[in-house]
Design a protein around this ligand. Structure first.
Ligand code: SF4
Ligand code: SF4
Length: 89
């Protein structure tokens, strides 16, 4: 394996190991900080940071948090701010 191939392999490895790119639950701007999702999660996978919920992986994908949200603010995917910082938006 030449040096160019090794470099390409490392770049690819870094890309695929970047977990911030993985889809996950996140709260839209309509979140009013009621904390119901945080209290509802049976596995404690939701962190409460700066008055907003933040989701961690892996989780059960039971969707209890999304179902209880009174604002319909919980969605699933790669958060727009992550796409922006990665130059994908
Ligand atoms: S889907 Fe279920 S396990 Fe995952 S964060 Fe929401 S309530 Fe918790
Ligand atoms: S339940 Fe909905 S509105 Fe309440 S904190 Fe969670 S995401 Fe925000």
């Amino acid at each position: 394996m030449g040096i160019a191939s090794i470099f390409k392999w490392l770049v690819k490895k870094e890309k695929w190991s970047d977990r911030s790119r993985e889809p996950r639950f996140y709260a839209l701007e309509t979140c009013d900080g009621c904390r119901l999702c945080y209290d509802e999660c049976p596995t404690g996978h939701i962190k409460w940071i700066n008055d907003r919920p933040e989701w961690e992986k892996p989780c059960l994908m039971c969707a209890s948090c999304a179902n209880i949200c009174p604002s319909g603010a919980i969605t699933y995917g790669v958060p727009p701010e992550v796409k922006k910082t990665k130059g994908e938006a």
